[in-house]
Design a protein around this ligand. Structure first.
Ligand code: MTE
Length: 346
């Protein structure tokens, strides 16, 4: 990730290796209806939404739009899901290949090079796995992986992932809205923030023996961000269970925020009255804020955020794409930040 804790990252953070492979994706018509969804989301006003998912209705009334068919790579167990009508990447976006998504990673528990997680994360034991939901909840929960997999209807959601380092991907995740899970625990009226805590086991995760970050990896959201239907608890990608390097067996995906907000391999979710600084804020508060919404007009202190390099599309010298406000999800999430100075609250 972003900054530069080892001599290996001394140049630009976006200097990791990319393994170029041809795309496996066949473009084809599928069944989303973005405009309908936008209308319905606008009606809901962008406040705290519940699991009455607006795109369930949108799907019923939908007309085909352009997207991509997701071909299972056949590397891991299948995880079937229904394609969600939630607007994901714009229709023109091509999916990033499975190879790129699973070999160009940030997962510092396994090392700081982009290729380290693919090389070392096979030591991660994903079963048994327990997630606890605790803190300001009426009903604290401890859930095993099989319960978690059954708890919500699996959807395939194609989202852009924009890393604060200036690169991006388009990923077909499989999961369900985090709100489905949080509602089970019955948040109290004092629950204003939500912490996500990743596993930190030095036996399985060699990077945890280094002092590159204060372990465990911790991230956080405001409760309305956590309850927003776009916020995904992901269990898979490309129609299969997550590979370890992408945060198996379950990780967060918050598509309008820089990628570091999307904590991997989560073991605890804690609802609190006060926010807790995230790992990256503790490591470098000048460079990483709590909100970290994708914003092309607010530069990182050491590089511009106006553009991004799409992994797998042309290498380091390919023309960069313009970065979109809220990573292209402004219509869905912009109202969460009404009246906030996004330069101050970065
Ligand atoms: N979660 C944990 N536990 N540890 C990490 O190092 N890196 C973050 C985020 N979640 C990270 C993490 C960063 S910087 C990014 S960009 C994304 O994961 C990368 O996700 P990906 O490797 O699946 O693309």
């Amino acid at each position: 990730m972003p900054f530069i804790l080892t001599s290996r990252h001394a140049a630009h953070p976006d200097s990791g290796r990319v393994h170029a492979v041809p795309s496996e994706i066949t473009p084809q018509a599928v069944y989303t209806n973005r405009r309908q969804w936008l209308r319905e989301a606008a009606l809901l006003g962008g406040g705290v939404m519940t699991s009455a998912l607006p795109w369930a209705r949108a799907q019923a009334q939908s007309a085909p739009a352009t997207s991509a068919t997701v071909t299972r790579p056949g590397k891991r167990a299948a995880l079937s899901a229904v394609r969600s009508a939630v607007p994901g990447a714009l229709a023109v976006d091509k999916l990033t290949s499975y190879e790129h998504i699973t070999t160009y990673n940030n997962f510092y528990e396994f090392g700081t090079d982009k290729s380290d997680p693919a090389e070392y994360a096979h030591t991660l034991k994903t079963r048994p796995w327990t997630l606890s939901i605790e803190g300001e909840v009426g009903r604290p929960l401890k859930l095993g992986l099989d319960d978690l997999l059954k708890l919500g209807a699996m959807e395939e959601r194609i989202y852009r992932l924009r890393c604060v380092e200036g690169w991006s991907m388009v990923i077909p995740w499989v999961g369900y809205s985090l709100s489905t899970l949080l509602q089970r625990a019955q948040p109290t009226s004092r629950a204003k923030f939500v912490e996500f805590i990743s596993l930190a086991d030095a036996q399985q995760m060699p990077g945890v023996r280094s002092s590159v970050l204060d372990w465990p990896y911790v991230e956080g959201l405001r409760i309305d961000e956590a309850m927003h239907p776009l916020t995904l608890m992901a269990f898979g990608l490309y129609g299969e269970v997550l590979p370890p390097q992408n945060g198996a067996p379950l990780r967060l995906v918050v598509p309008w925020k820089y990628g570091f907000k999307s904590a991997k391999s989560i073991v605890a979710i804690r609802l609190t009255e006060k926010p807790r600084p995230s790992s990256w804020m503790q490591a470098n508060p000048r460079e990483y804020g709590y909100f970290s919404n994708v914003n092309p007009t607010v530069d990182h202190p050491r590089w511009s955020q106006a553009t991004e390099r799409r992994i797998g599309e042309g290498g380091l010298f390919a023309p960069r794409k313009p970065t979109l406000m809220f990573n292209g999800y402004a219509a869905q999430v912009g109202s969460l930040y009404a009246g906030m100075d996004l330069r101050k609250y970065y």
